[in-house]
Write a protein that binds this ligand. Structure first.
Ligand SMILES: [Zn+2]
Length: 148
């Protein structure tokens, strides 16, 4: 988990939501409810809902603003780069990625998930709540929102 990115996303989540007192069903923009004086507040994200915490806000904002990478395509590309786009078998010209997928789909899936893990470990991909995003796209989104 990229801590710096996570903290900036959390700031974005605070910025994009308004504190909300669920028992009074009122906004509490100062962080304390003016009616019941509670500071145990949910957050309201316009068009999405009201809930405690920021994880769900970050998830919703990322889903709304960014596309998840197509790992099948990316992994195919990396296999092409590694083994070439074409191999000749007898008189056939074939694509190694397609052959591996057809011949051994399980090993294809395993290798693909290891490849995704390596992108996460290298800090190229940010995983959040079961979703995956390019770190540079998140950074662009953060820069844009931090400037506004
Ligand atoms: Zn209240």
């Amino acid at each position: 988990m990229n801590k710096e990115i996570y903290e900036r996303l959390e700031n974005l989540a605070f910025k994009e939501t308004i504190p909300f007192c669920y028992s009074c069903y009122k906004y509490a923009p100062t962080g304390r409810c003016k009616t019941c004086f509670s500071d145990d507040l949910m957050r309201h994200l316009e068009g999405v809902g009201v809930e405690f915490g920021t994880g769900w806000v970050i998830k919703a904002l990322l889903e709304e603003c960014l596309e998840q990478p197509d790992f099948e395509e990316i992994f195919e590309q990396s296999i092409d780069d590694c083994y070439g786009e074409e191999v000749r078998v007898g008189w056939l010209t074939l694509n190694p990625a397609q052959i591996i997928k057809n011949e051994d789909p399980i090993s294809w899936e395993m290798a693909k998930s290891e490849y995704i893990d390596s992108l996460v470990e290298d800090g190229e991909i940010f995983e959040f709540s079961g979703n995956y995003y390019w770190v540079n796209e998140i950074e662009a989104l953060l820069v844009e929102s931090e400037a506004s």
